[in-house]
Every structure is written in C-alpha cells, then in structure tokens.
Design a protein around this ligand. Structure first.
Ligand code: PMP
Length: 340
C-alpha cells in the first residue's frame, strides 16, 4: 500500500537502521528502530492509536468525545494527532518539568494543556491521577464521552507493540534477532515487544536499560523497587510495576549514567547523522553493553524513540549541561569559520 487513508495508517512500519560505530565496536549488529519517523515523531504514536481505537471499539468514546491522559509529552502528541484525525478533543496533563519544545508542540496541535508540578505517583496530585479525575468529570458533560487513556496501566498500549513493533522487528531481521533492549516509561514497548519476539523465538534475550532515578534495574536484579541518583532523560524512568509491565521477565539489566548515554547521542549525531532524544542514547548504550555481555556475532535491536529537536533547549544548551555536571561537546562551542 502506498497511499495511507489517514494519519493513523502512517503509524508504524518504521525502518531498522544499522548503527555503525556501535556494531563495529562490539562485533555485533546493532540496529535502531527509527520511531522518530512516525507521524507524531515518537514511539508513542503506536500506543496512542491503540488506546484510542480500542476505546472506540469498546464503546467508551465517540466522535466529538474527549481524550485525556497524563504524559511526559510524546503520548500526548500522539493522542492529539490521532484525536484530531478522528474529530476528538484532547486534554493533556503534563509535569511542568518537561521541555518547552514538547509543550509547544502539544499546544500547536490543539491540545488543552494542563501543566502541573512533578510529584511522585503515590501523591494524589500526581499528573496521571489528575488526568484520571479530569476525565471522570468531563465524562459527565461531554457529548461523545471522555476517555482516561491511562497509558501506564491500560494494556492496549502493550498490545500495540505485541501486534506491531515486535512482529515488524522479527520480519525485518528475517527472524535473526538475538536480543532486544530498551528503557521503560510505561513499559508498553519493552513488555509488548518482548512478548511478541519470545512467542516467535525461544533464544531471544530481553534487556532493560534503566536510567538513574528509576527503580527497575534494582527490581529486575534484586526483586526490590529501589532507586539512586537522577537523570535528565524524559519519558523514561519508572518507579513501580505498571499494568503494562506485569509478568515481564528480563534476562539482562543495565543502569546507564546520563553521561554514557549523552556521549552515544552526540556520537550518533556527528558520525551517523542521527539526532535523537536522550532515551534513545540510553537505549543504544544499553544495546552496546548487552552486545559486550552476549559476545560478538549477535543481532541486537533497540529503539530510537524520538528526535533531539524535542530537547533542543536542554541537550544542546552548554549552560544546562554544565549545571547538570555533564560534559559539553566541542561542536556546541565551535564558532562558524565562514564569514561573508
Ligand atoms: N522514550 C521516550 C522519549 C518516551 O517519551 C517514552 C514514553 N514515555 C519512552 C521512551 C518509553 O516508552 P514506553 O512508555 O513504551 O515504556
């Protein structure tokens, strides 16, 4: 099919890009799934489509209705894009700590944005809980209904990856995939892709790349949810076992420092032309560690979740990087050599 009927049909079927330096350094084939090529520019378009289409199929939402969720931005962008295409309003609750770029994108798409202080999940004023309350209130009055998309605990999110991401990776590699690894926000990508790959192959290894400040590295290595340190990454870093993570077993777990991920990001940009957000750097750094642990000759796939432009004011801002104790790459300080 060369013509998509609408923007929803343009979601998914993203290419796998060979990451040259990571592959050469490890003797493995490390492949990145180019999720930044989705129409909403992130992996979360897949979940957004499934969350909305399942709700419509279950009679929870109709044309003219309102979609509500708490998101770090990317799911909100996906939901608003899908909502616009289906004639629905969106209300997006976002922690105020997220980048201006994501907030601007959401407003430009037409979402009603509710910015709230970032507080932990157990606090009743956590952004996800506020979204749930807004949806319950709007459901009383809005024609067409109001849906709390509930991306963290609604398994439609995971199903998007069971039915699309996993099968795509298996087919694109001709079944020769030895490992899959990524970071976790809701866990939909990791758990769903793992489920699909494991049902097709009994040898595939599943890994998690966790940022500092998240509790899952500890959980999958010692059984205890515990975190240390912090991270400037956005959209990932989970402190609990979400509905989408339930039952997931991982073979390998790594905790990736921001500096290690950032070095990967800037190298991918300068040497391979890939401008990515920091969750992608954490994923590729995790894939490199997994390749070293598994040994040469393996095919390892990870996710390139979204573009660096979504974080321009932070990842490419020398002052921000210095404040966070991170190294400023030379190219950010280079003066133009051309004068006219
Ligand atoms: N990377 C980015 C940039 C994201 O926004 C998200 C989702 N919040 C993820 C990774 C993680 O995806 P998932 O929710 O499927 O775990």
């Amino acid at each position: 099919m060369t013509i998509c009927d609408d923007v929803l049909e343009a979601i998914g079927n993203t290419p796998l890009i060979k990451l040259k330096r990571a592959s050469e350094e490890t003797g493995c084939t490390i492949l990145g799934k180019a999720e930044f090529m989705n129409p909403g520019q992130s992996v979360k378009d897949r979940a957004a489509k499934y969350l909305v289409m399942d709700a419509i199929a279950e009679g929870k939402l109709e044309r003219g209705g309102t979609i509500v969720d708490g998101t770090a931005g990317n799911t909100g962008i996906g939901l608003t894009m899908v909502g616009n295409a289906l004639g629905m309003e969106t209300v997006i609750v976002i922690p105020e700590t997220q980048t201006q770029e994501k907030k601007d994108t959401l407003r430009n798409l037409g979402a009603q944005l509710v910015e709230v202080p970032a507080v932990p999940f157990k606090n009743p004023n956590n952004y996800v809980k506020i979204a749930g309350r807004i949806a319950a209130e709007l459901a009383q009055t809005r024609p067409g209904g109001a849906l709390f998309a509930d991306q963290f605990d609604n398994r439609s999110n995971r199903r998007a990856h069971v039915e699309t991401t996993g099968p795509e990776i298996f087919e694109q590699t001709g079944g020769k995939v030895d490992g899959f690894i990524c970071a976790v926000g809701t866990g939909g990508t990791l758990a769903g892709t793992a489920e699909a790959l494991r049902s097709r192959s009994d040898k595939v290894m599943i890994g998690i790349a966790d940022p500092y400040g998240a509790a899952l590295y500890s959980y999958y290595t010692s059984g205890e949810l515990a975190s240390e340190g912090n991270s400037i990454s956005e959209g990932i870093g989970q402190g609990r076992i979400t509905g989408n993570l339930e039952g997931l077993e991982v073979d390998l777990a790594y905790r990736i420092p921001d500096q290690e991920a950032l070095d990967v990001n800037f190298r991918l940009l300068e040497e391979e032309g890939l401008n990515l957000g920091l969750s992608s750097g954490i994923n590729v750094a995790g894939a490199i560690r997994m390749a070293r642990e598994m040994g040469p000759g393996h095919v390892i796939v990870t996710m390139l979740c979204d573009p660096g432009t979504r974080y321009q004011s932070r990842l490419f801002n020398p002052q921000f990087l210095r404040e966070k104790g991170l190294e400023v790459p030379d190219f950010l300080l280079r003066e133009s050599e051309i004068s006219i």
